[in-house]
Design a protein around this ligand. Structure first.
Ligand code: FES
Length: 105
């Protein structure tokens, strides 16, 4: 069973589980601030669930590629949309600042 490290908190999930759902199920969130209430609920269109992932997840979906190339996100920021990722192995997740988690420093 994959282990997810999110800001030092470790949770377990099944392989192929949706990352957004795993985080929410464990009272964690891929969202910052008000975006927890104003988001697309996992459709891949709002971009607010963007996180940096170290570890193995599924390939980017078409909608994810489009959304991560649309402002405020930018190409090649090495972010993923948690709602579009299936967990394939142990992960370390980092959420950056900003409504979309787009403020990479
Ligand atoms: S929840 Fe909207 S893109 Fe992931």
């Amino acid at each position: 069973m994959p282990i997810i490290n999110y800001n030092g908190i470790h949770v377990e999930c099944k392989k192929n589980e949706n990352l957004r759902k795993v985080l929410i199920k464990n009272q964690l969130t891929p969202y910052n601030g008000f975006s927890e209430f104003v988001n697309c609920r996992g459709l891949g269109t709002c971009g607010t669930c963007a996180v940096h992932i170290i570890g193995e997840v599924s390939s980017k979906t078409k909608i994810e590629i489009v959304r991560l190339n649309f402002p405020p996100h930018k190409e090649n920021q090495n972010l993923r949309l948690a709602c579009q990722c299936k967990v394939l192995g142990d992960l370390t997740i980092k959420k950056y600042l900003g409504f979309w988690g787009q403020k990479i420093f």
